[in-house]
Design a protein around this ligand. Structure first.
Ligand SMILES: [Zn+2]
Length: 129
């Protein structure tokens, strides 16, 4: 068994105290959690996500001509990239390290999101001047 010094015991007390302030579920009193899917997460409630997926599918059917703006999504966890690619719409990909695009009408900007969005804003202002 490992023996912890006073500093670790203080840290554990602090963590326990902070844990007492976690928001609680009004239904069952359990500790509330963010509604995001994490790796190896078997307790995620996907009802809201499924509803959002249906609404987005309906919206995509009505959207007409579409352009996807993808901001800073990398290839390490590609779910955001896959979502944009599924639309088959042209894309503006802003990513300083992974700007490559495959759709012939898409463009990749190898800049930060702030630089990219400000640059697009400036281009739109100049085009409408
Ligand atoms: Zn609950």
């Amino acid at each position: 068994m490992r023996i912890y010094g006073p500093q670790m015991i203080l840290s554990l007390r602090l963590i326990t105290r902070i844990a007492g302030f976690f928001p609680r579920c009004p239904g069952c009193g359990g500790i509330a959690r963010p509604n995001i899917l994490m790796f190896d997460d078997w307790e995620w409630n996907d009802r809201r996500f499924a509803r959002q997926q249906r609404k987005m599918g309906d919206w995509l059917e009505r959207a007409g001509r579409l352009v996807v703006m993808e901001l800073g999504a990398g290839t390490a966890v590609p779910s955001v990239r896959m979502m944009g690619a599924r639309t088959k719409a042209p894309m503006i990909r802003i990513n300083p390290g992974e700007p490559a695009v495959s759709h012939p009408e898409s463009i990749g900007l190898a800049v930060t999101v702030l630089e990219g969005v400000l640059g697009i804003q400036q281009a739109l202002l100049e085009a409408n001047a």
